[in-house]
Design a binder for this molecule. Structure first.
Ligand SMILES: Cc1cc2nc3c(=O)[nH]c(=O)nc-3n(C[C@H](O)[C@H](O)[C@H](O)COP(=O)(O)OP(=O)(O)OC[C@H]3O[C@@H](n4cnc5c(N)ncnc54)[C@H](O)[C@@H]3O)c2cc1C
Length: 438
């Protein structure tokens, strides 16, 4: 099967590439290995409308003004397709007070105007996106996994559904396909370098503790420069009244993550707190470093992620099933949103994570507890491994074209975004790049 443009993956990068090419009289196909389209869009779907979040404008070679313009376009598309119109993070006066408070405690608060669509509602939205593209003759091939990329005069893609050919190729396989992309890049001599990786934990606590801040900023990003090493730690992906979720990585290991539904609320809020790690010589491969850490945590968890009560973490003690709900220790006060007998294992995060990361997380949690009292309550929960793999950065021009002519990369899997709006913005740039070549 032959197309002018083939897009690997059906996440926001893919959709926005297709939205911006659908009127160009090109044959376009989207190949997605899963049974359902749209990759990470289906998860929680908070839209960050601030260019400081979800993307790196220097890496994308765009100005703040350009980024803001594209973000408006993306937001409008979501609204057109039925996204909830509620806009969070608009109370400037209250935000300022929280920013001052954070600064006094040794952190920085970045706020963002945000929308929350929720995992339940995002499914409807994705169907609507797909319908628009199909109406404009974009073909979706679901359950179609690209195994190999080859290039002669044109691209040849070997998939479980036969071979596909195209003149232009957009590779946007997300974080789940990042490792596969890296292997393909090695074979095709596509240039890349290693960037920083984020390793941390997910905290789960009663919503009432975090409500004072999440009522003002839906997904607050606190940034901490830790006292031990000057390393950067930040909070990320807050899910108010949400659930902790498992994120299996192609049978290699299992990470933790979180989401929230629009129409079904839990009593808890969860968020990630992540330490950004840069490696230099003699070993700079942050992907392998992160994979080893994830595997080590899973190994100590008997093949599962680890959960630890904050009290045990602070006392340097492992958590055990026997005492996990101990009234004596007040552990009965917070009920996990995940099945601790089946999905995770009570254990000791500091046995699995390098000391520097544990120290950085500890320092940052102490500061966060000053900003939002209650974060360090002994009954709160800490889950690991929470790792964000967007560390392999491909060397591209400003339209995300690689050194391999007509091959564009984008999204989290290419190290060009860290969230939905950033990934969608990548799609807009890629479409511009392809249009320039027509
Ligand atoms: C639980 C969870 C919650 C999240 N919550 C938010 C949030 O609230 N807000 C936010 O901004 N971001 C959130 N994110 C991150 C967000 O989902 C990603 O940043 C975004 O989806 C990245 O878009 P992408 O286009 O790069 O890739 P993805 O959306 O990951 O899409 C890539 C697609 O490519 C497919 N694929 C991979 N390899 C192949 C192959 N070889 N052949 C065919 N198909 C392939 C994958 O199956 C996937 O569907 C969340 C992520 C998770 C896991």
């Amino acid at each position: 099967m032959k197309y002018d443009v083939i897009i690997i993956g059906s996440g926001p990068t893919a959709l926005w590439t297709a939205f911006n090419l659908q009127k160009e009289n090109l044959s376009i196909a989207i190949l997605e290995k899963n049974t359902f389209s749209s990759g990470g869009l289906v998860n929680d779907c908070k839209l960050n409308l601030n260019p400081e979040i979800c993307m790196d404008i220097d890496e994308l070679k765009i100005t703040i003004k350009e980024a803001e313009k594209y973000i408006r376009e993306i937001d409008n598309k979501f609204l057109e397709h039925g996204a909830d119109k509620t806009l969070y993070g608009t109370n400037e006066e209250e935000i300022k007070k929280w920013q001052i408070r954070a600064e006094r405690c040794g952190a920085k608060l970045i706020s963002s105007k945000q929308r929350h669509i929720g995992t339940d509602m995002s499914i409807k939205l994705i169907q609507s996106f797909k319908k628009e593209l199909e109406k404009n003759k974009v073909k979706f091939f679901l359950n179609t996994e690209v195994k190999e990329i080859e290039k002669n005069k044109e691209f040849k893609l070997k998939t479980n559904k036969g071979d596909f050919y195209s003149k232009y190729l957009v590779v946007a396989p997300g974080r789940s396909g990042a490792y596969w992309l890296r292997n393909q890049a090695k074979k095709q001599r596509i240039d890349y370098k290693w960037g920083p990786i984020d390793v941390g934990v997910r905290i789960e606590l009663p919503s009432e503790i975090y409500d004072p801040i999440t009522d003002i900023v839906y997904d607050p990003k606190f940034i901490f420069l830790t006292k031990h090493h000057g390393d950067k730690v930040r909070t990320f992906c807050t899910n108010k009244h949400g659930k902790v979720r498992l994120e299996p990585k192609n049978g290699d290991f299992i990470l933790v993550n979180g989401d929230a539904l629009k129409n079904h609320k839990t009593m808890n809020t969860n968020f990630a707190i992540l330490n950004t790690i840069n490696l230099t010589e003699p070993y700079a491969d942050t992907t392998e470093y992160g994979r080893d850490i994830a595997k080590e945590v899973n190994r100590l968890g008997g093949g599962k992620p680890i959960v630890q009560r904050m009290g045990d973490f602070l006392d340097g003690r492992r958590s055990k099933l026997k005492t996990f709900f101990s009234k004596e220790k007040n552990y009965h006060l917070v009920k996990p949103t995940i099945d601790i007998k089946k999905q995770v294992v009570p254990g000791d995060i500091s046995m699995a994570y390098p000391g520097r990361i544990v120290n950085n997380l500890y320092d940052s949690l102490v500061i966060l507890d000053k900003i939002v009292p209650g974060v360090l309550h002994s009954s709160n929960l800490i889950y690991a491994p929470e790792i964000k793999f967007y560390d392999t950065k491909y060397i591209t021009d400003k339209y995300l074209e690689t050194n391999l002519d007509n091959l564009f990369v984008g999204g989290d899997g290419a190290g060009k975004s860290r969230g939905i709006t950033g990934a969608a913005l990548n799609g807009i740039l890629i479409a511009k790049g392809i249009k320039n070549k027509l």
